[in-house]
Write a protein that binds this ligand. Structure first.
Ligand SMILES: NC(=O)c1ccc[n+]([C@@H]2O[C@H](COP(=O)([O-])OP(=O)(O)OC[C@H]3O[C@@H](n4cnc5c(N)ncnc54)[C@H](O)[C@@H]3O)[C@@H](O)[C@H]2O)c1
Ligand SMILES: Cc1cc2c(cc1C)N(C[C@H](O)[C@H](O)[C@H](O)COP(=O)(O)O)c1[nH]c(=O)[nH]c(=O)c1N2
Length: 170
């Protein structure tokens, strides 16, 4: 059981160590448009409201991909299945964009954002507002269409490693 320690300084490392205990779905977030095609791995994705359907994505402001998302103003959140572990590492590393996208099959959403074939779910979005908080930009995104695959197993990231969970309806 975790106990709060108010005396120890709250360092970045202690914050990260605690956050590492939160299991999170793994997504590849993609965009395309005048600023070019880009994509990155993200666990900082969350549903905000269903009226209007809105989710948020947090992206590091100093990442090579962040500006493309802001400039294109559209994105697709592709939720990964267990077979996408290698893809997650590719989109989460320093690999050039073309190599990232060459590792999977894609179609195009109505916004123009790339949709991952075999994703557990895909959310095609328009960025409705951006709030900068510290090192990250929080992209609030209105969902314009969704696609979901057959119930299967989901990929989660917890304790700094990947795991598989049942995503089947009980
Ligand atoms: N929100 C994020 O930007 C975020 C989330 C998860 C992982 N990552 C990156 O993926 C790599 C591997 O992460 P890891 O979980 O194995 O180990 P880690 O020790 O770097 O991170 C542990 C946890 O802390 C949080 N975190 C890490 N970096 C963060 C950041 N810059 N801003 C906000 N929260 C952050 C995440 O919840 C992460 O799962 C690292 O480079 C990490 O920075 C970034
Ligand atoms: C499991 C996991 C989860 C996340 C990440 C990584 C991994 C492996 N990364 C980091 C991000 O994917 C990485 O910095 C990319 O490389 C960013 O693209 P550039 O390398 O800057 O092009 C990440 N970055 C971010 O800004 N928000 C996030 O939610 C996450 N989540």
């Amino acid at each position: 059981m975790a106990e709060l320690d108010d005396d120890a300084p709250l360092t970045k490392q202690r914050y990260r160590d605690a956050m590492a205990n939160l299991a999170a779905a793994v997504n590849v977030v993609t965009t395309d448009g005048p600023a070019g095609r880009a994509g990155f791995t993200a666990t900082a994705v969350c549903s905000v409201t269903d009226e209007p359907p809105t989710l948020l994505v947090c992206v590091r402001r100093d990442s090579s991909v962040g500006e493309a998302f802001r400039a294109n103003g559209v994105l697709c959140v592709n939720t990964l299945a267990p077979e996408h572990k290698t893809l997650s590492a590719l989109f989460g590393g320093k690999t050039p964009a073309d190599e990232r996208f060459a590792a999977a099959e894609w179609s195009r959403a109505s916004t123009g954002a790339p949709v991952l074939s075999g994703a557990l779910a895909s959310f095609d979005c328009r960025v409705s507002s951006v709030v900068e908080v510290g090192t990250h930009a929080v992209l609030f995104c209105e969902v314009v269409s969704v696609g979901d695959g057959a119930p299967t197993e989901g990929l989660v990231y917890v304790g700094r490693r990947y795991d598989t969970v049942c995503a089947c309806a009980s």
